[in-house]
Design a protein around this ligand. Sequence first.
Ligand SMILES: Nc1ncnc2c1ncn2[C@@H]1O[C@H](COP(=O)(O)OP(=O)(O)O)[C@@H](O)[C@H]1O
Ligand SMILES: N[C@@H](CC(=O)OP(=O)(O)O)C(=O)O
Length: 416
Amino acid sequence: MKVFKFGGASLKTPERIRHVASIIRSHATSDLLVVVSAMGKTTDLLETLVATNRTPQTMTDARLALKKYHYDIIDALFKDASLVRAAVDAQLEEIADTLASSLEGDLLYDQVVSKGELISSVILHHYFTSEGIKSHWLDARTCISTDSTFREGKVDWALTATNAQPLVPLLKDNIVITQGFIGRTPDGFTTTLGREGSDYTAAIFTSTLGAESLTIWKDVAGVMNADPKRFPSPVVFEELPFKEAAEMTYYGANVIHPKTIKPLANKNIPLLVKNFDDPSLPGTRIHECTVDQLPPLIVFKDNQCLISCKVTDYTFISEEQLSIIFHALSELDIRINLMQNSAISFSFCIDFRESKVIKLIGRLQKRFEVYYNTGLTLITIKNYDEATFDTYRKQPGVMLEQSSRSTLQVLVKTGT
Ligand SMILES: Nc1ncnc2c1ncn2[C@@H]1O[C@H](COP(=O)(O)OP(=O)(O)O)[C@@H](O)[C@H]1O
Ligand SMILES: N[C@@H](CC(=O)OP(=O)(O)O)C(=O)O
C-alpha cells in the first residue's frame, strides 16, 4: 500500500480538487491512504477566530469568509450540493458552539483550528464518491493518539499503531481518506500536531502501516536547494539522503514538516516529493543514499526572536546559570535554533510564539537581565561556498553569526 498527502495549496480551488481525483484515479483505487490538509488558507482563518486580539467584527468576517470559501468550492464540484453543504454546516456549528463554551487558550485553539481538515476531508470524500472512486472517510483522531500538549500533541506510537490496524482490511477495497494535522487525547479532546503538521501525520500512517512509500504532492517540482519563492532558479534534487532532508527541515525549509523524516528513515521507507501540477516530473526521492557534492542549501526561517540573558553581578556564565535557562526552555517545550555565549551573557534564538516567549521572559527575569528582539530571520547556508559565505555575512542587519566547517548561520533583522 501507499500513502499520498495533499496540502492546502493543492486543494485550494475546485480545479485543483478535480486534479487530485485524477491523480488518485491514475494511481490506484485501493491500497491507498490519502491524507489531506485544510483547503487553502483555512487554518489561518480559523486561527483568527481564536486569536487573543480577536474582535466581534474579525470573528464575523472570518466566519463568513470560511462559509463562503467552502460553499463556493462545493457548488462548483457538485450538481446537488445540499448534502455536502449540510456536512460543512455541521462542522461550522460545532465551531460556534466551541467558541461559546468555557474552553480557552491552547485547548480552545485545537478544538477550533482542527476543523479545517475535517471540513476538507468530508468534501473530498463526497467528491471522490461522486466520481466513482470507492472512498472510506476516516476520522484520523480514532487512530492518532496524543498526549495533552495542545498545539503540539506528542504521539503515543504504540496506541496509534494498535488503533490503525483495522485500516489494513479496509484498504483492500477502498481508498481511505483522512485528515492530517489532528489527533486526540485519551480524554477525548482534539489536538493538533503543530502548524503544517499534515506531512507528519502522513509519515505516522506510513510508518505505522508499513506502507511501501509516502508521496507528498506539492506545488513545486521537488525539494530544491532554496525556496523558489525567494530565489529565481534553484536546483531540484532528484534524490536526497534522509539525513540531508532532516537537516534542511530542522533549519526551517518549510517544504516538509521537520518531524516527517524520522518515522520514515527509521523504517527505511522512501519519501517522494512530487509536483502536483505536472505528475510526470520525476520529483525528489528522499531515501537512504549518498549524493556527492550537494550545492549550497539556503534556508530562511522567519519570525525568530533573539533572547539575551545577562548576569547582573559580573559572575561569568556558568553551568548552573545555563541549567536554569535550559530548564525553563524544556518546561515550556521551546527549541533553541541558534545559541551563543560570552563571559557574562547567553543569547539564543527561538521561534517567536508570543504567549510562550512572554512566559519564558517572565521566568528568566527572576535571575537575569533579559533583552529580546523580534522580527528576525535565521538564514542557514549548508555546504556553503566562498561566494555564498561572503554574501550572507556582509548583508545589513546581522545580529548574530555562527559558522562551522560546512554551515553558516546568520540572524538578520527583517521585520518590526
Ligand atoms: N527547499 C525548498 N524546496 C522546495 N520548496 C520549498 C523549499 N523551501 C521552501 N519551499 C516552499 O514550500 C512550499 C510548499 O510547501 P507548502 O506551501 O507548505 O505546501 P502544502 O500546502 O502543499 O503543504 C513551496 O511553494 C515553496 O515555496
Ligand atoms: N492545515 C494545517 C496543517 C498543514 O499541514 O497544512 P499544509 O499541508 O497546507 O501545510 C496548517 O496550515 O498548518
